[in-house]
Design a protein around this ligand. Structure first.
Ligand SMILES: Cc1cc2nc3c(=O)[nH]c(=O)nc-3n(C[C@H](O)[C@H](O)[C@H](O)COP(=O)(O)OP(=O)(O)OC[C@H]3O[C@@H](n4cnc5c(N)ncnc54)[C@H](O)[C@@H]3O)c2cc1C
Length: 334
């Protein structure tokens, strides 16, 4: 069988595409160009318009396969997997990338088992190997202390999930054209064993540090939970969200939804402020792609200064009140 083309698995909710779908196009376009092949996106959804789907083309897809049916309104691994496996059997893509979201990380192992293909989870980098054309899938391994690059030379398609926010969304080019292929949903593919009985949002889901333009994070240097008030004040003044290191979360100074890093969330804000955070590799994995990084640490040799654009060597209990006071005056005088 000849496998060709790169696919991204777009994610939709309530008739709208999720931002991660556009991040996957940044990755997918690069891979497709290197392989000199086409880039297609797959949308499994209910009630999604051509106009909505066209955004995938404007952001880099050459073709979009849409399967639109009420049975696909909510994610269920079995039904989504049945539909995707059928598409793979029909069109034989060489590479498939999906988001390392809860649904992506549930769907893709199911698909990989059914297609006997390899899958690398939670990649932070993807590339094409010169000569062989194999997909190079890089992800942190052994507690995040090394970056491992994995290949799947024996099996096709090659499949990866990619960390949300680990790359920027592909930009819109209104002049791009492409094809929308709407395919019928085969009712036989619906897995009747699974029924959706409701949706309960995770408490803390309102903490969306991944969409924030500004994230102000605190670490063990804060010494105790109450001192997060300094972080909260700065975040409020900058119109941002509150992040934290794992040590701060493990000490229950703040909830897990705020954790930034390898076992927390990846953020790419315009501004990231790290106060009392040493800059362990697992923390850096979640924030080093921020546009501007400001670090406040009393240890001039702290690792965080290696990635910081601006470093303040000092006691955060002196620096943060000064910053907050200065911002109060600036904002107050406007
Ligand atoms: C598998 C695995 C996954 C992990 N995932 C994550 C993750 O997702 N996110 C994460 O953050 N960590 C993660 N870690 C933990 C990580 O290795 C570090 O232990 C953690 O990031 C350290 O947190 P910290 O920087 O707050 O604490 P520390 O490393 O103890 O650093 C505290 C810093 O505060 C500074 N400081 C102290 N007092 C002051 C003061 N008064 N003023 C200014 N600075 C001061 C100190 O100089 C020091 O640099 C993970 C570890 C493993 C093994």
């Amino acid at each position: 069988m000849t496998y060709a083309g790169v696919w991204t698995i777009a994610e939709a909710r309530d008739g709208a595409l999720r931002q991660v779908s556009f991040e996957l196009l940044t990755r997918g376009r690069k891979l497709a160009d290197k392989r000199n092949t086409t880039l297609s996106s797959v949308v499994l959804a209910s009630g999604i318009s051509d106009e909505t789907v066209r955004e995938l083309i404007k952001r880099g897809a050459d073709r979009v396969y849409v399967v639109d049916d009420p049975a696909l309104a909510h994610f269920t691994a079995e039904t989504f997997s049945n539909v995707l496996v059928k598409l793979i059997d029909t069109y034989a893509p060489e590479i498939i990338i999906a988001a390392a979201t809860t649904s992506g990380r549930t769907l893709m192992p199911h698909v990989s088992m059914r297609t006997h293909a390899g899958l690398t989870a939670d990649c932070t980098d993807l590339d094409i190997e010169e000569g062989t054309g194999n997909l190079l899938q890089t992800r942190p391994a052994i507690g995040g202390n090394i970056l491992a690059t994995i290949k799947t030379p024996e099996f096709r398609p090659q499949m990866s999930t990619v960390r949300p926010r680990s790359t920027k969304p592909a930009p819109v080019d209104a002049s791009r054209t492409g094809e929308i292929v709407r395919l019928p949903f085969d009712p036989a593919l619906r897995d009747g064993r699974v029924r959706r009985i409701g949706f309960k949002a995770n408490e803390g889901e309102e903490v969306d540090i991944q969409s924030a333009d500004v994230v102000v994070s605190g670490g063990k240097g804060l010494k105790k939970a109450e001192n997060f008030a300094l972080i909260r004040e700065l975040a409020e003044k900058l119109g941002g969200s509150i992040g934290a290191s794992r040590d701060a979360v493990d000490r229950a100074w703040i909830g897990y939804p705020h954790q930034v890093g390898l076992s927390g969330k990846t953020v790419t804000p315009k501004l990231y402020v790290a106060a009392g955070i040493s800059g362990a590799i697992q923390h850096l994995a979640g924030m080093k792609t921020a546009e501007t990084i400001v670090a406040i640490n009393s240890d001039p040799d702290a690792q965080i200064f290696r990635v910081a654009d601006y470093g303040i060597v000092g006691d955060l209990f002196e620096v943060l009140p000064l910053l907050n006071e200065r911002l109060s005056r600036e904002v107050g005088s406007k």
